[in-house]
Design a protein around this ligand. Structure first.
Ligand code: NAP
Ligand code: HSE
Length: 435
């Protein structure tokens, strides 16, 4: 039997989930893996805080040295979040020959190359399954089950907080701020929830996922990132009338040496499988040349699902002994100069304007679209309101740059009161064209 002592950095949502799993399922782990995992110390900011999950008070410390310098602790599991001091603590864990398991997607996306280099130099491991999509074992699937594939595309919902907000806004019509508060209370949101609602959390995760899937580093600076803060109930309702559901999507495609990677809200057909992914659930489609289309679905946030991924990594790290695996792609801060990043992708567009209710306005706007080579699929004109009228355009496939140019020109027309929103429409990524 293997006895393993771990040090935990953090005892918040994820940390308490890990602790509960280790307590509740210790017999299961012993029978399956012949392994006993013991918690040696838990680092927190405030050792006197009353905590919802009870643990022996002697386990808590606010001194990192109590973990890093303990020779009996061989694995450090980090879920304190943020870049510093998490990065400094992890680097000193490596220097002290300890393997690290982390849920910290921001740290991984920003400093993966540096962390991995230090781990490798010290002959220890770096495990990060929990950093992407909570309980879904997506990293293991890509690294250990799809090695024989060339992965061309992935598209998914990889942020639980925003999916929870969009689901509630559509189904219950609640207000953005109060739904975000619920997501925070449920333990889904980041310490600073702007990382969720501005799309950054999904951007960090897409950087990690697309790098391992495409076997080429995709740094965050090459990922287009928009969040959901501009999405209104009106957009969702207009979209539903057109047969669409709103989701925050993370999309990455590789064609030859060219990669496009983007995170933004998008309409998808309401009968697309991703439209059925509700609340904090996540789902990821992957398209490999051998395996074809693959979809993974599960809880993308929360204490127990994320704890499940952490404990699985702890077990894998124990079993690896000193034979840890490291990435085999060019894992530097910058992308390889063999890779080209494309920012002029093609989607359909939903464009919602408020215009003056006057003859000729529609023709003028259509003329601007035509000048930029954007073809209109349909136009909806709704109720009047004080001589102003809402106009919703749906385009055929159009280039990102052409739409941006057209919208800039439309926005300065005197008859256009406001450009209310411009939302991409994703039709058939990774699934049969019927979506
Ligand atoms: P959290 O609830 O805010 O917990 C953070 C924990 O870390 C707290 O126990 C806090 O101590 C401790 N901590 C923070 N800064 C510290 C410092 N400087 N020194 C000592 N202790 C410190 O956060 P969380 O939701 O568990 O998330 C943690 C990490 O997991 C983040 O990287 C997040 O992105 C990632 N993650 C979260 C989820 C999720 O569903 N929540 C899912 C996947 C990944 P105190 O308790 O004393 O304040
Ligand atoms: N804040 C993240 C989310 C936690 O909402 O998906 C899981 O990584």
């Amino acid at each position: 039997m293997q006895d393993m002592k771990i040090g935990m950095l953090g005892f918040g949502n994820v940390g308490t989930g890990v602790y509960k799993i280790l307590m509740q399922n210790s017999e299961e782990i012993l029978h399956r893996e012949n392994m006993r995992i013991k918690v040696g110390k838990i680092l927190v900011r405030d050792i006197h805080k009353t905590r919802p999950v009870k643990a022996d008070k002697h386990l808590f410390t606010n001194r990192i040295e109590d973990i890093i310098e303990d020779p009996d602790i061989s694995i450090v599991a980090e879920f304190m979040g943020g870049v510093e001091p998490a990065k400094a603590y992890i680097l000193s864990a490596f220097k002290n020959k300890k393997t690290v398991v982390t849920a910290n997607k921001e740290l991984m996306a920003r400093h993966w190359h540096e962390l991995e280099k230090e781990a490798q130099q010290n002959g220890v491991g770096l495990y990060y399954e929990a950093s992407v999509a909570g309980g879904i074992p997506i990293i293991k699937v890509i690294n250990e089950s799809l090695q024989s594939n060339k992965v061309h595309e992935m598209m998914g919902i990889i942020n639980g907080t925003t999916n929870y907000i969009l689901t509630k806004m559509a189904e219950e019509g609640g207000n953005f701020e109060s739904i975000l508060k619920q997501a925070q209370q449920l333990g889904y949101a980041e310490q600073d929830p702007s990382a969720d609602i501005e799309g950054k959390d999904a951007m960090y995760k897409l950087s990690i996922l697309s790098s391992i899937a495409f076997h080429a580093r995709v740094p965050i600076k090459h990922i287009h990132c928009e969040g959901i803060t501009n999405i209104t109930k009106a957009d969702i309702v207009y979209g539903e009338e057109m047969g669409f559901t709103m989701r925050l999507l993370a999309i990455a495609k590789k064609r030859g040496r060219t990669i496009e990677a983007r995170v933004h809200p998008a309409f998808i057909s309401s009968n697309h499988p991703l439209a059925a992914v509700r609340e904090e659930y996540n789902a990821i489609f992957i398209k490999g040349d051998a395996v074809g289309n693959l979809m993974l679905y599960g809880k993308g946030a929360g204490d127990m699902p994320t704890g499940s991924a952490i404990v699985s990594d702890i077990i894998s790290a124990c079993q690896a002994s000193n034979q840890h695996k490291y990435t085999t792609f060019y894992n530097e801060e910058q992308a390889s100069d063999k890779v080209i990043f494309n920012d002029n992708w093609e989607t359909e567009f939903f464009i919602r304007l408020t215009v003056k209710d006057k003859p000729g306005v529609l023709a003028k706007i259509s003329g601007i679209f035509a000048k930029e080579g954007v073809s209109i699929a349909s136009v909806i004109q709704k109720e009047h309101n004080h001589h102003e009228v809402p106009l919703v355009f749906l385009t055929h496939l159009a280039k990102e740059h052409a739409i941006k140019k057209a919208i800039k020109e439309i926005g300065v027309q005197t008859d256009v009161v406001r450009v209310e929103n411009v939302i991409r429409v994703e039709r058939s990524q990774n699934v049969k064209d019927r979506y």
